[in-house]
Design a protein around this ligand. Structure first.
Ligand code: AHG
Ligand code: MN
Ligand code: MN
Length: 333
């Protein structure tokens, strides 16, 4: 079988669609190289002294794990010097990170969730890295937070690395979704799935059901109909999975379909859901849509939301089209 490397794919994609100029290719290669380094650290576990907490909190008041901080540092260091970026922003940093003056600056903005699924680090369950790429606004001199606040539909690339039994990279640059598996011996990303497509129908859903008592009526109605199975209004049985790493749940949905939900609920009305628009919802929604699925916040297409703050949270319903459309329709009125 002919092996197609990530580099070969990016070059051929540029020839075909003109969507990956050299600077963007460099960016994607640098990010994916950093993900290899993170994957290596993740794989070492206790032997590499990477487990446990760092003793600090991030801007959203969440306890930071050692790997949250290490992965953030790895991505920052890898991406600073190449000349392809104007600035970076991360779930783990309060304000964005400009490119130091000693390096040339480029025209892209990179956003990331360096380590997704932190609660799974210490229990050896799948975790990941999520990233999103925007173009800096025309004529931008010194980057400001405002420059990052573009709707997800403006992303020029989005992807994630998943550190599971295999390390994989899933990538879109706006012409479908492809998956690469890390060949650990060779140190290279090899294409293992091309043009991934999510089935429109599914019998599998993902939600943290421990929050059921806080859900708003549209979500309660939708989930109770799924739970009612073959005897209920849906007339079929549904199965449930919840990994508590969005990357792992989304990866399952890309592979065999499903619907993933992290709704807003009545616990704390100041927090519209848990997931972050810029680092989680936008990149994942671009990937899901590019694979033929759908992604909404219950009423609006996620990629159409105009962001108002770097760390803003958003309710998320994404995956197989027909289920996302159904749960979204329950929110109407
Ligand atoms: P992070 O580890 O980057 O903070 O993200 C965790 C997110 C997401 O990956 C996952 O789907 C969700 O939080 C899990 O939330 P619960 O702990 O409420 O299940
Ligand atoms: Mn996350
Ligand atoms: Mn994270």
């Amino acid at each position: 079988m002919k092996r197609i490397s990530l580099t070969q794919h990016l070059i051929e994609e540029q020839r075909l669609h003109n969507t990956i100029p050299a600077e963007l290719r460099l960016l994607i290669e640098v990010v994916s190289r950093a993900c290899k380094t993170i994957s290596h650290a993740v794989g070492k576990g206790a032997l590499g002294d990477v487990l446990g907490v760092a003793g600090s909190e991030n801007v959203q008041g969440e306890v930071q794990k050692k790997l949250d901080i290490m992965s953030n540092e790895m991505l920052l260091l890898a991406n600073e010097w190449g000349g392809h970026l104007a600035a970076m922003a991360s779930e783990e940093m309060e304000s964005f990170h400009p490119i130091p003056n000693r390096y040339p600056k480029g025209e892209y903005l990179l956003l990331f969730d360096p380590l997704d699924g932190s609660s799974n680090i210490d229990v050896n369950v799948t975790i990941g890295t999520i990233f999103s790429v925007l173009k800096a606004p025309e004529g931008m001199k010194e980057p400001t937070e405002q420059d990052f606040l573009q709707p997800g539909s403006k992303q020029v690339a989005a992807g994630y690395a998943v550190y599971g039994p295999q390390t994989m990279l899933v990538l879109t640059t706006g012409n479908g979704v492809n998956c690469f598996t890390l060949d650990r011996e060779m140190g290279s990303w090899v294409m293992t799935q091309r043009d991934i497509s999510i089935p429109e129908d599914t019998a599998e859903y993902a939600i943290n059901a421990s929050n059921a008592r806080h859900w708003y009526p549209p979500v309660s109605r939708y989930i109770s109909e799924l739970e009612a199975g073959v005897e209920g209004p849906r007339g079929k049985n549904f199965n449930m999975r919840w990994i508590a790493s969005m990357v792992a749940d989304v990866h399952r949905i890309l592979t065999r379909g499903g619907v993933f939900m992290y709704p807003a609920d009545a616990r704390d009305p100041s927090k519209p859901g848990k997931l972050r628009l810029m680092y989680e919802a936008n990149p994942m929604s671009m990937i899901i849509e590019q694979a033929g699925g759908a992604a909404t916040d219950g009423s609006t297409r996620i990629l159409d939301i105009q962001p108002t703050a770097l760390h803003q949270r958003v309710p998320v319903f994404l995956g197989s089209k027909n289920e996302v459309e159904r749960v979204t329709s329950y929110h109407a009125g």
